[in-house]
Design a protein around this ligand. Structure first.
Ligand SMILES: [Zn+2]
Length: 144
């Protein structure tokens, strides 16, 4: 396990009551910036996090690259993909960028949106970005 200093992340406690497992008391924390999850035992000044986090991220909180994209609305200009998963991507349909499947990223040559039954990647020349909306402000979806 690795130790993530509390003051190097924007950790917030996610449990209401301190958890007691086998006599060890801890609180669960999640960083609202990078999403790192960990446990804080007692009043230590660090959160214990999984070894799968890189040392660099553990000590230097940063926004995941894809977070600049997730939630943004796009409007399809043209989509020529023939895969049935793209059937809901029609001319002028609007879609919200979602978290890409494991191992993929938004950005580069395109972004990920929800297709029929699975996430699909729309290429940069197939869409335009719309103004950023809050999720609670969702415009009605445009069905053609
Ligand atoms: Zn963080």
């Amino acid at each position: 396990m690795k130790k993530a200093p509390l003051d190097s992340h924007t950790f917030r406690k996610t449990n209401l009551m301190t958890i007691n497992k086998g006599g060890r008391m801890f609180d669960e924390y999640e960083c609202t910036t990078c999403g790192m999850k960990g446990r804080r035992y007692g009043v230590s000044n660090y959160a214990t996090v999984a070894n799968t986090y890189s040392d660099n991220l553990v000590n230097n909180c940063r926004l995941p690259k894809t977070d600049n994209y997730i939630g943004r609305l796009i409007k399809i200009q043209q989509c020529n993909a023939s895969n049935p998963a793209f059937a809901n991507l029609t001319n002028k349909s609007m879609h919200r960028i979602i978290k890409p499947p494991e191992g993929y990223a938004n950005g580069g040559n395109g972004v990920w949106v929800q297709g029929i039954g699975e996430p699909v990647k729309v290429l940069n020349n197939e869409f335009i970005y719309l103004k950023r909306h809050k999720l609670s402000n969702d415009p009605p979806s445009q069905k053609s």
